[in-house]
Design a protein around this ligand. Structure first.
Ligand code: E4P
Length: 221
């Protein structure tokens, strides 16, 4: 499963890229609002850090507006993927982008049927929102499982991207459900690194190493 970072924060992206585990980045208007500045400059900078897919979201609500924004994003770098919200106009825009060879990520998917439609329209990434479904007492991971099964059963050329991930357990569950990609907030990827027994083990190894070295230098004196 590929791991994308769900952020517009350049320092977070640089950090995870240095760890060697960054496969791509997703942004959205809310994540962009947290950092501000020029969205285009941020996207260009992200595309310099990673050669993986970088999702840039359109905000227009009509097809021509979505196409205009998406085409402009696509010109910024070859790895830009235009993020389009699920809707009737969104599907039309996804289909038109596909005809133009522009890759899309259909966002705000909350059912397997929405994902199936987006895939048929030509989206290269399908983004079901796990956490937002969990928030309303539905099992978000069910949509991932259903959509992965549909895509594999029918040999559809697209990837299921588990979005709206809230914690490290979601990542394990998405991987077990067969998601092709999960996009994670920086905090979740940090939580994945840590384990209390790892921290405890490192402290113990340091302590034992220091004691052994002290004993060795005492013996040779
Ligand atoms: C990513 O593509 C989505 O926009 C993001 O994962 C949404 O996450 P949220 O539900 O935590 O806002």
């Amino acid at each position: 499963m590929k791991l994308f970072l769900d952020t517009a924060d350049i320092e977070e992206i640089r950090t995870v890229a240095r760890w060697g585990v960054l496969d791509g980045v997703t942004t959205n208007p809310t994540l962009y609002a947290k950092v501000g500045g020029s969205y285009e400059s941020i996207l260009t900078e992200i595309c310099h850090i990673t050669s993986g897919p970088v999702s840039a979201e359109v905000v227009a609500e009509d097809v021509e507006g979505m196409l205009k924004e998406g085409r402009a994003f696509a010109k910024l770098a070859p790895n830009i993927v235009v993020k389009v919200p699920m809707s009737e106009t969104g599907l039309e825009a996804i289909s038109r982008f596909a005809d133009e060879g522009i890759k899309t990520n259909c966002t705000l998917i909350f059912s397997a049927n929405q994902g199936l439609l987006a895939a048929k329209a030509g989206a290269s990434l399908l983004s079901p929102f796990v956490g937002r479904l969990d928030d309303i007492n539905q099992d978000g991971m069910d949509v991932i499982r259903e959509l992965v099964s549909i895509v594999e059963l029918h040999g559809i050329e697209t990837e299921v991207l588990a979005a709206s991930i809230r914690g490290p357990r979601d990542v394990t569950d998405a991987a077990l459900a067969g998601a092709h990609v999960a996009t994670l907030p920086f905090k979740v990827i940090q939580q994945m690194v840590r384990h209390p027994l790892t921290d405890k083990g490192i402290v113990q190894f340091q302590k034992d190493w220091a004691a052994a070295r002290a004993a060795a230098s005492g013996a040779s004196a």
